[in-house]
Design a protein. Structure first.
Length: 153
């Protein structure tokens, strides 16, 4: 009987509230904008009812903002801060405060300047926090790597 009870208790966490997939999927790409200017794109696909927070929040005592990081390298230089679509601004029931967030399919981007005509690897990560109207998930950092092709010049 004790063995059966222990097996039941061990298996419960595996089946109780164990999501089969995260409520978000990311894709990463690079596009030449003009000359040596390359835009790094981070596209999120967020399940209905969920949201991630904007790059800048009105206060820092609530949820964590989304953060985009691009690793430094000899082949490129980051030229400005990350960009985002206009976020929704509303009261968040989880934090009881005004926040800015994105749902659906937001695209974050950051421009870099190519310093080399050769192809190179670019590494970065997006760190974000997800919530719905009842709960929040712990912050997650998603690393990515892109091959930036050789310049066509």
């Amino acid at each position: 009987m004790t063995l059966l009870l222990n097996l039941l208790l061990i298996s419960m966490p595996l089946s109780a509230d164990s999501p089969t997939s995260a409520p978000i999927a990311w894709s990463f790409s690079a596009a030449v904008i003009e000359g040596d200017l390359v835009e790094i794109r981070m596209d999120a696909r967020i399940e209905a009812g969920w949201h991630i927070y904007a790059l800048q929040l009105p206060r820092d005592d609530g949820p964590l903002p989304t953060v985009v990081r691009i690793a430094t390298g000899k082949d490129h230089e980051v030229r400005s801060v990350a960009q985002e679509p206009t976020p929704v601004e509303e009261m968040d029931p989880n934090f009881g405060m005004l926040v800015r967030h994105h749902s659906g399919g937001p695209r974050f981007s950051i421009p870099i300047v190519r310093l080399s005509a050769s192809a190179f690897e670019l590494q970065g990560e997006v760190e974000y926090m997800m919530c719905n109207d009842k709960t929040c998930l712990p912050p997650v950092a998603v690393p990515f790597q892109l091959t930036i092709p050789a310049s066509s010049k």
